[in-house]
Design a binder for this molecule. Structure first.
Ligand SMILES: CC(=O)N[C@H]1[C@@H](OP(=O)(O)OP(=O)(O)OC[C@H]2O[C@@H](n3ccc(=O)[nH]c3=O)[C@H](O)[C@@H]2O)O[C@H](CO)[C@@H](O)[C@@H]1O
Ligand SMILES: C=C(OP(=O)(O)O)C(=O)O
Length: 426
């Protein structure tokens, strides 16, 4: 297994290209199930999760062709064609590796009339139940059964009527599944308290490009008028606002300045405000966001929340940055119940953090030191990379399969701006 060796202390400076968003791509890909015509996605990131999803689509009989597979290419293009769905089953072996596989439930049910999907397990950051995905589909008229670790959903005779669902908790995945199921229903569906993350807007925009009728895009109340069929489309995946925010933290902790090429400021305002509160200089134009830190970093208090609040997917990276800030910061994690697993690893590098339930108290330290670390989830891993870039000496980060789920060629991008980082075979 590979590991990363990082020798801290270099000021990052230059331009980092931002890839297509993992969390958008993972909901755009299953939309290919909604039409027999080709769906082509541009700007797809090269990530383990995307490869996993491609295999899952192939399992359903969807043909997939990827272009741009040269090692030097960043954005890839994948064309998918679901002329005939040959299987409606998402087996355990494929689903267990990738939680987002549950996102095939809605579109498969809508197009094929039934779907059988292995229950995604809990994972490191929390329990992550799927009850709201199922309740929303039931509200549209679907029948749901749970047996032998699988969810089996099927349409009633005469097809899915559609219906109303009011989310008791904002859920990105459940909103996506509900949207993908509702677009082909016989009637109109309404979602209240729906998630409005930019990735949901991306999904809605692509569905509209495929012929769907959706009102309220970008708000928490969505009305979906079911249509008889959807057609193919070519669509560019939005830039990854979490990847951009992660590299912003990396630049800031080294006292450097990077231009995040392709990042869109309006989709990452909460992160920009957090960076500004920490003392970073942030400027932007239509095509990029530039983040620098020329003065001392300042402590601040941050709380994660559904969009437009501060993304939980940025919490670990901002915590790493605050480890080097002057003063004491308080971070509250409101989305997932167990998303502080980076804390003991950051402590190995000299960070001073205590946790009480979903609150972390970070006392800034003058110096971090290199150490051997490993992490149990994607953003926790990135927080260790960020801390390592500012630490004295050498850090070794293991279990890179977490990072490879969400950061396209991380070490290459960091090398571009002057980091001393290499991936070696363990
Ligand atoms: C692939 C993808 O896009 N992943 C993102 C998505 O995950 P994901 O879609 O899994 O996260 P959700 O928005 O659904 O989860 C938010 C909260 O709702 C709870 N919940 C969710 C569903 C449900 O049926 N019942 C329930 O109780 C969850 O336990 C959690 O506490 O949004 C999260 C919150 O922004 C991000 O951290 C993930 O990176
Ligand atoms: C938690 C995340 O992803 P996933 O939902 O795919 O596990 C993430 O991107 O930080």
């Amino acid at each position: 297994m590979d590991k990363l060796i990082i020798r801290g202390g270099n000021r990052l400076s230059g331009t980092i290209p931002i890839s297509g968003a993992k969390n958008a791509a993972l909901t755009l890909i299953p939309c290919a199930l909604l039409t027999e015509e080709p769906l082509t996605l541009r700007n797809l990131p090269r990530l383990a999760d995307i490869d996993g999803f491609q295999h899952l689509m192939n399992q359903f009989g969807v043909t997939t062709v990827i272009q741009g597979t040269r090692p030097e290419d960043f954005g890839r293009v994948m064309s998918m064609e679901a002329t005939r769905i040959t299987s409606t089953v998402a087996p355990y072996d494929l689903v267990r590796k990738m939680r987002a596989s549950i996102l095939v439930l809605g579109p498969m049910l809508a197009r094929a009339g039934e779907a059988t999907v292995s229950m995604p397990g809990g994972c490191a950051i929390g329990n992550r139940p799927i009850d709201l995905h199922l309740k929303a589909l039931e509200a549209f008229g679907a029948h749901i059964e749970l047996a032998q670790g699988y969810v089996k959903a099927y349409q009633p005779d005469g097809g899915m009527p559609g219906g109303d669902f009011d989310f008791p908790v904002v859920s990105v995945g459940a909103t996506e599944n509900a949207l993908m199921a509702a677009v082909l229903a016989n009637g109109t569906s309404r979602l209240f308290n729906a998630a409005r993350e930019p990735e949901i807007v991306d999904l809605c925009n692509m569905l509209v490009a495929m012929g769907a009728e959706i009102e309220g895009i970008g708000t928490s109340n969505l009305t979906i008028h079911g249509v008889k069929r959807l057609h193919g489309a070519t669509y560019r995946v939005m830039p990854d606002r979490i990847e951009a925010g992660s590299y912003a933290c990396a630049a800031a902790i080294t006292g450097g300045e990077v231009r995040l090429e392709g990042a869109r400021a309006d989709e990452m305002m909460a992160t920009i405000h957090a960076l500004q509160a920490i003392g970073c200089e942030v400027t932007w134009d239509a095509k990029s966001v530039t983040v620098g830190a020329s003065g001392p970093l300042k402590a601040t208090n941050l709380t994660t929340a559904p969009y437009p609040g501060l993304a939980t997917d940025m919490q670990a990276q901002l915590m790493a940055l605050l480890c080097k800030a002057e003063g004491t910061s308080v971070l509250k994690e409101t989305i997932f119940e167990n998303r502080f697993m980076h804390v003991p690893e950051l402590a190995r590098m000299g960070a001073d953090i205590t946790t009480e339930g979903r609150t972390a108290i970070v006392r800034g330290v003058e110096r971090l030191t290199g150490a051997e670390v490993m992490a149990t989830d994607l953003r926790a891993s990135m927080s260790l990379v960020i801390a390592a870039l500012a630490a004295e000496g050498e850090t070794t980060v293991r279990r890179l399969y977490h990072l490879d789920r969400g950061y396209e060629r991380l070490e290459e991008k960091l090398q571009l701006v002057g980091a001393d980082i290499e991936r070696v075979d363990d």
